[in-house]
Design a protein around this ligand. Structure first.
Ligand SMILES: Nc1c(O)cccc1[N+](=O)[O-]
Length: 247
């Protein structure tokens, strides 16, 4: 997978050299290229923003540098691939594990990191009509205000990279995680069996794998019902067997 990130703080992406994402890049499973938007400015101050039409506080990112940056980046992607342009923004649709899984199946993501009050709306509108782009996704991590999209790119790239085949040493660890199958994950324990007066649940040391699996599912359902009842309501009833909600 190829990932291009355009913004005014390319150094923000340094953490993508570390850990799982760093190993994915070293192994060639993931190619991440950071671009400085100011490379496509032409004035001495390398201006990327201006006052908003209609008035109001703050500044808006100018369309010209973005247009030229996308021209250049889209000319250099994987041969024959179309890009998904992802714009992290508080007004976007929620970024979820399901969306991460859909991104992991794509050949090329291009991220546009907005700052200030955002990017001139014509940039996304023009991009959506480009042949090199299959879709423009405005995506939000949550209902809070950040200074820009770079932090969201770190989150999205990690969530996607770990889903790429060959990135995680043990793919089985992907099957029992929070949000896989629509539930939060069950509580986990390791040695020692007793710690500061707290014991590991006996069932987990029973060796009865059938009972352990049922206990874990029950715990996942209870935790999800308590913390994220919205996820329970969203579950497909067909995925719940008769015993799931009996207790
Ligand atoms: N919330 C927010 C923001 O305020 C600015 C850029 C991106 C996001 N976000 O993805 O959630």
């Amino acid at each position: 997978m190829r990932v291009d990130v355009i913004g005014i703080f390319p150094e923000y992406l340094a953490p993508l050299d570390l850990s799982i994402v760093g190993r994915a890049r070293t192994s060639g499973l993931l190619d991440v290229v950071a671009h400085d938007l100011r490379d496509w400015t032409h004035d001495v101050h390398r201006t990327v923003d201006d006052t908003p039409y209609g008035g109001g506080a703050g500044m808006v990112m100018k369309p010209e540098p973005w247009g030229e940056a996308l021209d250049a980046v889209l000319a250099g992607g994987p041969p024959g691939a179309r890009a998904r342009l992802v714009v992290p923004t508080p007004g976007g649709r929620p970024f979820t594990q399901e969306l991460a899984e859909s991104y992991a199946a794509l050949p090329w993501l291009v991220f546009a990191c907005g700052r200030y009050e955002g990017i001139d709306a014509r940039v996304a509108a023009h991009a959506a009509a480009r042949a090199e782009i299959d879709a423009v996704d405005e995506v939000s991590l949550g209902d809070y205000v950040l200074a820009g999209g770079e932090v969201a790119v770190l989150v999205i790239v990690e969530a996607v990279a770990r889903l790429l085949p060959g990135v995680l040493g043990n793919p089985a660890s992907l099957t029992e995680e929070s949000h896989t199958g629509g539930l939060l994950e069950y509580p986990v324990f390791t040695k020692p069996p007793a710690w500061r007066g707290l014991d590991v649940p006996e069932i987990l040391r029973s060796g009865d794998h059938g009972r352990i699996a049922r206990w874990r599912r029950d715990q996942a359902l209870r935790r999800t019902a308590a913390v994220r009842p919205d996820l329970i309501r969203a579950l497909d009833p067909a995925t719940l067997d008769r015993t799931d909600l009996a207790t």
